[in-house]
Design a protein around this ligand. Structure first.
Ligand code: AMP
Ligand code: ZN
Length: 464
């Protein structure tokens, strides 16, 4: 079965085949590590993970690079006009030095990786840090300089977009020159969309052939993707906000330097929105994975909720919606924990074929989730349902096998209480038995009677 993905570059769904028939190279724009990632950011990495897992399911080896932006947003940002890393340094009370930036970056890089683990996202093969690739960025800028595509202003070295006849290959350009959102606007710029390759900064920065300073934001992705994946690679991913500026600029820099395409496929995920619109700290609706946990939402329930929407559709966050997703996931996990008791089954080929069909059709995860429930509701044997759902979950990454074990991991103390309650029920001592039920539930477990028997399980929220 052939894989088909929507390619932002051609605006079409296309058959996918990699440059190397055995291995797929992916570059995903990573986080700026000055603060916690919000749940919208995390959608980008859940999407890239589904892509990664789908390619492995299709039999490819995957070489995945996710960059860590720990320098380079030192000019302006759309929210406040203040630089992101600087903002972080001030907030954390850290010194405005390279050492301070490293400390800030290390903290939030580690927290970012904790989020990835909590969401069961496969770690990339490489997480290159921009600050550790200053040399590569300088070399790339020198190459562009030699080709006469750059110019100097009083505050930096700029890319002259008028020298690139193909500038804006991904589209999404607006007349307002959106390149200004992430680089300092200067009257000396020749064209609205020109962007900084190197920013001068006498106080804090690295030596360069020009002046002390920092690389611009876009150049890190061109330099690091080339280093780890070569001049042309298979798939580049990111959120849709990156299309008009960052990704057009990456393409301009890389293709002008090498004369080759940067990536064959460009794939972009839509946004997680909140009812008031954009999720941003300044809007007071900045929700992190920790905020969800405080609301008793398991990170994997958030992953499940994301998968119920196609990655190219926007999805509006509400606690009610994610809680409903958590209930659906919990029911499925509980069913699996019961199926498992029936022993070994086999993978049902027809279900796998149907799943593959929807997944390979531009990663249709909502239909893939519907498959899980269709199998659950089918009249196949429990053992076969279990094996097939766990096989499908290798791609969906909901960690169902582990959750279905954990959900039935009941301490002896609770089991003893439940036995005592059964004995009281047999003696028709309803009041006393109800008291024990409340006690069990207060301790975070569910108990349900079936005939003369009972079942106990843990709600997902108790597994956070
Ligand atoms: P940043 O750290 O700002 O560079 O963003 C990291 C990733 O999150 C990028 O791929 C962005 O495009 C993406 N992103 C930012 N906000 C959202 C959102 N609300 N929903 C989905 N993706 C987002
Ligand atoms: Zn990037």
């Amino acid at each position: 079965m052939s894989l088909k993905f929507y390619n932002t570059l051609t605006k079409k769904i296309e058959d996918f085949s990699p440059i190397n028939p055995l291995e797929v190279s992916i570059y995903s724009c990573g986080p700026t590590v000055y603060d916690f990632a919000h749940i919208g950011n995390l959608r980008s990495y859940v999407f890239a993970d589904i892509l990664h897992r789908t390619l492995e399911f299709a039999g490819y080896k995957v070489n995945h690079v996710v960059n860590i932006t720990d320098v380079g947003h030192l000019t302006s940002d759309a929210d406040s006009g203040e630089d992101k890393m600087m903002k972080g340094l001030k907030r954390e009370g850290l010194p405005v030095t390279i050492e301070g930036m490293r400390q800030l970056a290390e903290k939030f890089e580690n927290l970012f990786k904790d989020d990835l683990k909590a969401l069961n996202i496969k770690l990339a093969n490489t997480f290159p840090r921009a600050s550790e690739h200053i040399h590569e960025q300088i070399e790339l800028i020198k190459k562009l300089e030699q080709k006469g595509i750059t110019y100097e202003t009083s505050d930096g070295i700029y890319f002259d977009t008028s020298k690139d006849p193909h500038y804006g290959a991904l589209g999404g350009l607006t007349d307002t020159g959106e390149a200004r959102t992430r680089v300092n606007d200067t009257d000396e710029k020749k064209n609205n969309r020109d962007f900084a390759l190197w920013k001068f900064n006498g106080e804090l920065g690295w030596d360069s052939p020009w002046d002390t300073g920092f690389p611009g934001w876009h150049i890190e992705c061109s330099a690091m993707s080339q280093k780890y994946l070569g001049e042309t690679f298979d798939i580049h991913t990111g959120g849709i906000d990156h299309i008009p500026v960052h990704h057009n600029n990456e393409i301009a820099q890389s293709t002008c330097a090498t004369g080759k395409p940067l990536a064959h496929f460009w794939m972009h995920n839509e946004f997680v929105t909140v009812e008031s619109g954009k999720m941003a700290k300044s809007e007071g609706n900045f929700i992190t994975l920790n905020t969800l946990k405080e609301h008793d939402i398991h990170p994997l329930a958030y992953r499940y909720w994301l998968l119920t929407a196609h990655y190219r559709s926007p999805i509006t966050f509400s606690y009610e919606a994610v809680e409903a997703a958590q209930h659906a996931l919990e029911r499925l996990v509980y069913a699996l924990s019961e199926y498992k008791k029936d022993g070994d089954g086999v993978i049902i080929v027809e279900w796998m074929d149907g799943f593959e069909k929807v997944l390979f059709d531009d990663l249709n995860t909502p239909q893939a989730i519907a498959y899980l429930h269709a199998i659950e509701n089918s009249n196949q044997s429990n053992a076969d349902k279990y094996r097939t759902i766990i096989e499908i979950d290798k791609v969906l990454g909901l960690n169902l096998e582990k959750l279905s074990e954990d959900i039935q991991d009941i301490p002896n103390e609770i089991k003893a209480l439940a036995e005592k309650r059964s004995a009281l029920r047999e003696e028709k001592q309803w009041e006393a038995s109800d008291k024990i039920r409340t006690d069990i539930e207060t301790k975070g477990f569910h108990i349900k009677d079936s005939g003369n028997n009972h079942v106990i399980w843990r709600p997902l929220a108790s597994l956070i």
